[in-house]
Write a protein that binds this ligand. Structure first.
Ligand code: NDP
Ligand SMILES: O=C(O)C1=N[C@H](C(=O)O)C[C@H](O)C1
Length: 277
């Protein structure tokens, strides 16, 4: 191929095409050189079935009809971008593995059992999964790990605060958990054994080494996260504020392009962004 010829754009599919992230992804793929929308999937019975994906996303006709035949779409594309629900994502991971395509997973709220199934599917497909696909949050997680390591649990207590729009169905957010994992990693402890996800009533004093979570929901907030390191007489707050869903969509498209031609396995956005040590 000569240098002047444009490379063939990577064929992407969006599942959950009618959702908040699905529509944002369709719009952003349409603006991204090197990527093309080649499939759009919604659940059986959705009012979006049979409609044009571009019309749903408000970017005009793209010639891609929304269907509920996920496998039929997956065999004709190179990657699928998935921001849906845990149950749907587990099913899509099995189909993406059958079709041997890249599966980018932004869905949050997966149980340990869901994650084990996704891990199994990653034996046959390139799976990139993250609770937050934005550059800013992934960089923040690196800073949180450093801060948690430098400021030991004898003196500094870690609390994670998040706020999202009123439609969000899972808590704590995937991002809050990702930041909690980063803090736990920095302290060389397991998050599972040290997290306090709810406080109510007469809780007694805070346990040393705990990583606490607090969840707020309301309005149209796209996603706010703060990691607070509270010490004797001083407090450090590391924060990220998402102003627009396009930051997540851009990250997901970048992940799909990065995943092309890679060995099957489970990867994170830190791998995609080159932020893994
Ligand atoms: N990692 C990241 O960077 C980000 C992650 N997220 C996560 O992405 C997920 C989706 O968020 P959001 O877009 O706001 O949610 P929405 O509810 O707006 O969108 C989800 C879409 O998935 C569809 N869906 C559900 N089940 C299926 C199925 N079996 N097959 C096909 N489509 C299906 C829904 O259809 P219907 O409504 O008809 O049920 C809906 O259109 C959440 O888990 C959220 O936390 C969100 C933003 C960023
Ligand atoms: O549901 C959302 O909207 C978001 N979900 C992700 C999360 O659970 O952290 C990412 C982002 O904050 C928006």
């Amino acid at each position: 191929m000569s240098a002047e010829q444009p490379a063939t754009p990577m064929k992407l599919a969006v599942v959950g095409a009618g959702g908040r992230m699905g529509q944002t992804l369709i719009r952003l793929i349409n603006e991204t050189p090197g990527a093309v929308l080649a499939g759009a999937v919604e659940r059986a019975g959705s009012p979006h079935i049979g409609r044009d994906a571009g019309e749903i996303a408000g970017v005009g006709t793209l010639g891609v009809e929304v269907t509920d035949d996920a496998l039929g779409v997956f065999v004709g594309v190179e990657a699928v971008l998935d921001f849906t629900t845990p149950g749907a994502t587990v099913e899509f991971s099995e189909l993406a593995a059958q079709a041997r395509i890249v599966h980018v997973i932004g869905t949050t709220g997966c149980s340990a059992e869901d994650d084990a199934k996704i891990h199994a599917a990653a034996r046959h497909a390139v799976v990139i999964k993250s609770g937050n696909m934005s550059l800013g949050v992934n960089l923040l997680s690196v800073l949180v790990k450093q801060a948690a390591k430098a400021l030991g649990s004898d003196d500094f207590d870690i609390e994670i605060l998040e706020m999202h729009h009123k439609h969000k169905v899972d808590a704590p957010s995937g991002t809050a958990l990702l930041l909690g994992e980063a803090a736990a990693d920095g302290r060389d402890i397991g998050l599972g054994q040290h997290s306090v996800r709810v406080r109510d009533g007469h809780t007694g004093p805070r346990e040393a080494g705990a990583i606490g979570f607090a969840t707020l929901r309301g309005g149209s907030v796209v996603g706010d996260h703060s990691v607070i390191l509270a010490g004797p007489g001083e407090r450090i707050t590391l924060s990220h504020h998402a102003e627009d869903r396009s930051i997540f969509a851009r990250g997901a498209i970048k992940a799909a392009l990065w995943g092309k031609g890679r060995k099957p396995g489970l990867y994170s956005m830190l791998d995609v962004l080159g932020l893994n040590p």
